[in-house]
Design a protein around this ligand. Structure first.
Ligand SMILES: NC(=O)c1ccc[n+]([C@@H]2O[C@H](COP(=O)([O-])OP(=O)(O)OC[C@H]3O[C@@H](n4cnc5c(N)ncnc54)[C@H](OP(=O)(O)O)[C@@H]3O)[C@@H](O)[C@H]2O)c1
Length: 313
């Protein structure tokens, strides 16, 4: 399978991981447009199609995401690379440790492979949080440390706070053909520090799959009023989707697979598309194991130039 190492670790993750925010999250339509069985199938099908890691968080479905992962995998969970996250509101040392205990209990594991600090906390010094994460590595409960939604300067501070800076292996940030804002500062800093980028919302929350247009937009509370699905972002997205559709036809793939492929072919980037069912999970895993030509990759590079008109995170 196609893998990349996270930072300077020995964690060889497949270039496509499975994003698990949707699991157990009603605001994504859990229990309405997709069910618990859909989630269990999505997890198993991902692994059957070569995906070797799952990205979850203590806050996803208020812990239900981690429980569903455990339920889907049973004891097989020990063979899978698990990345979870401590909420940004749990930044104090004792809160970090308590949060991990909760995750380990729900996952029924003694350790996680990657523990990420979910978003910066501007009231607690990042040094305190990072040292607490490093303590958990010393205790054998965490293999590597990640951050999420950190800008360039904060990435440096986080790394410097650790006794062993090489333990910090990833920054998880929003990155897609529609939102390339990390390329200005975060991506170059990550390359310099040898920190991998874990690209979240790589399909722009479904918009880049080609199934949405002006007459058909998602209705769930997460996306209903989201600026991604409004002008001027929507028109820009639909222009990109036209090119994705043409390339999908050329390669015998889907627009979603082409959109993921464009990210994967960048150095130091892996993707974690979210999936609500087995069909989506299988399709997303199918972004592995083939390549866009340099010419086609550049075509997407050109058509996706431009700014996203909001910033969250
Ligand atoms: N660190 C952070 O702050 C943060 C923030 C956001 C996300 N994340 C992580 O990143 C993961 C992915 O991000 P995301 O969920 O925001 O966005 P995404 O992966 O860009 O989009 C996921 C949504 O797109 C649709 N979809 C996925 N695969 C599809 C396919 N092959 N064909 C058609 N539709 C498909 C599904 O929704 P519909 O079928 O309803 O359209 C799915 O819920 C999350 O699960 C989470 O693990 C992290």
């Amino acid at each position: 399978m196609e893998t990349k190492k996270l930072g300077s670790s020995d964690l060889h993750v497949t270039v496509v991981g499975l994003g698990a925010w949707q699991f157990g999250t009603e605001r994504w339509g859990y229990g309405q447009d997709f069910t618990k069985d859909d989630v269990l199938d999505a997890i198993r099908v991902s692994l059957d199609h070569g995906v070797n890691w799952i990205d979850t968080a203590e806050v996803y479905g208020n812990g239900r995401s981690e429980e569903l992962i455990r339920e889907a995998l049973g004891d097989r969970i020990k063979e899978v690379i698990i990345a979870t996250k401590v909420a940004g509101t749990h930044a104090r040392a004792e809160e970090v440790k308590r949060a991990l205990e909760g995750s380990l209990k729900r996952l029924q594991r003694d350790w996680v492979d990657l523990l990420q600090f979910h978003w910066p906390n501007h009231y607690v010094p990042v040094e305190e949080t990072m040292r607490a994460l490093e303590d958990l590595v010393q205790e054998g409960k965490v293999r590597y440390i990640g951050i999420s939604n950190f800008n360039g300067p904060l990435m440096r501070i986080a790394r410097e706070a650790l006794q062993d800076g090489n333990l910090l292996v990833s920054n998880q940030v929003r990155y897609s053909l529609l939102d390339r804002s990390i390329e200005k500062e975060i991506y170059p800093t990550a390359r310099e520090l040898n920190i991998s980028i874990i690209a979240y919302s790589p399909l722009a929350q479904g918009l880049l799959t080609g199934k949405y247009d002006r007459d058909h937009l998602p209705e769930d509370p997460i996306r209903k009023d989201h600026p991604l699905f409004q002008e001027p972002n929507l028109s820009r997205a639909l222009r990109i989707v036209e090119v994705l559709k043409a390339l999908a036809e050329k390669y015998g793939r889907t627009p979603a697979q082409v959109a993921l492929r464009w990210l994967i072919q960048r150095d130091g980037v892996v993707v974690i598309p979210g999936a609500k069912n087995a069909r989506q999970a299988e399709q997303n895993a199918g972004a592995m194991g083939w390549s866009l030509s340099v010419e086609d990759w550049n075509r997407l590079e050109e058509v996706s130039q431009g700014e996203i008109t909001y910033f969250v995170g």
